[in-house]
Design a protein around this ligand. Structure first.
Ligand code: PLP
Length: 387
């Protein structure tokens, strides 16, 4: 188990890469491992795969892939063939699927890298079958059935066409039949059950193969949604799959930044670009070295009358004031003890005190986007997991 204190106060800074660095990203690999174990135990005896696309949701596939492998994860999903290639170098023995499927003319690349395409259309099925026929090896691939998302995968009519001539599948090994839930973050949504029944009926038109329906939210919907394998992503990375889930996944990411300057501004002044925030009494203002170029959305800007996000100075909440700039934000630190509100002190922007869901709400986005937009200029530090 990982303890809160460790995440709340990270070890001393490594001066080499953090001297003068405004932001600091800490990624807790023990929390990643604990989250994976929880999911794995919850779905056993179904298999728990891991979705590691978009550089492990922005947190770094190179560190996270091996941690998941050590925890017993053997099947990984990426979006693109390029991500698959990077993962293959890290995990030579992993089973890797690419959601984007087969781009025209890429079959030999999949074969060479030992990556399995998730075939999304009858055209892709034909192309993979033709390639496998040509090389005389029944390479594995998955088939994605659209059960109601209307995004990727075989619509019912295409599935029927395949089912009418199953010899189309003879040339390769069908190693997975999958579909994807549209509303698993809303457990009571009737679409969940509708997709589940539809998927279960549609998959039976194909030869028997391991079936997979659920992302993180689907895992929490219960055993009926687990089939042979589940494919969580966000929960592994510490995002809550649904607001009222019965388990809180461990915090993985902590984003901190440093105070550059603290001042007292008198009543009648305005703060920042656009003069959107007026102060009617003297306030202590801390300017912090992080902004929208670091993934802190401009939408978090807090002009007059807007309920602001709180950052944390130690245990003390400090509301954002005025606009988010490219490299700076300003916080109201009035009344916060100087040991926390001083030049060079660290401020928690995301972490145990500011969960991903909270900042996503204020930024009017999903917590997935908070992760994938994370700054590239802040040094990253991995803790735990023998990092
Ligand atoms: C991204 C993705 C997942 C993982 O979803 P989470 O909500 O992050 O658990 C699973 N399946 C498919 C098809 C995906 O695109």
């Amino acid at each position: 188990m990982r303890d809160e204190a460790k995440t709340a106060s990270p070890p001393a800074l490594d001066i080499d890469d953090t001297a003068g660095a405004p932001g600091l990203i800490t990624i807790d690999l023990d929390a990643v491992a604990a989250n994976y174990r929880h999911l794995r135990d919850r779905v056993a005896p179904s298999e728990c795969a891991a979705v590691i696309k978009a550089d492990a949701y922005g947190l770094g596939m190179a560190k996270i892939g091996p941690v998941l492998w050590r925890e017993g994860c053997r099947t990984f999903y990426v979006a693109t063939i390029a991500e698959g290639r990077a993962l293959r170098q890290l995990l030579p023995k992993a089973t890797i699927y690419a959601f984007d499927g087969l781009m025209p003319g890429t079959a030999d690349l999949f074969a060479e890298l030992d990556i399995r395409p998730v075939l999304n259309s009858i055209e892709e099925i034909r192309e993979w079958a033709a390639y496998c026929g040509k090389i005389g090896t029944p390479l594995p691939a998955g088939i994605h059935i659209d059960s109601g998302m209307n995004r990727l995968g075989l619509p019912e009519a295409e599935l029927d066409a395949v089912a009418e001539d199953l010899s189309l599948l003879d040339a390769f090994t069908l190693s997975l039949v999958m579909s994807h839930l549209a509303c698993s973050d809303v457990p009571k949504h009737p679409k969940n059950e509708a997709q589940r029944t539809r998927f279960d009926a549609l998959r039976r038109r194909l030869p028997a193969a391991p079936a997979s329906l659920s992302n993180s939210g689907g895992v929490m919907l219960g055993e009926a949604y687990h089939f042979d394998q589940v494919r969580p992503g966000i929960a592994i990375y510490g995002g809550q799959p649904a607001p009222d889930a019965d388990h809180r996944f461990a915090n993985v990411l902590t984003l901190e930044s440093r105070i550059l300057q603290v001042r007292t501004s008198p009543a009648g002044e305005t703060i920042g670009y656009g003069a959107t925030r007026h102060i009617d009494a003297p306030r202590r203002i801390a300017t912090v070295a992080i902004g929208y170029a670091d993934g802190i959305s401009w939408v978090l800007s807090a002009g007059d009358g807007k309920s602001p996000l709180n950052a944390y100075l130690g245990p003390h909440p400090a509301p954002l004031m005025g606009r988010v700039s490219m490299d700076l934000i300003t916080l109201d630190v009035t009344g916060i003890p100087e040991e926390y509100a001083s030049r060079g002190a660290l401020v928690q922007i995301i972490g145990p005190r500011v969960p991903l869901e909270t900042i996503a709400d204020y930024a009017q986005t999903v917590h997935y986007e908070i992760l994938t937009n994370l700054c590239r200029r802040a040094p990253r530090r991995y803790v735990g997991g023998d990092a």
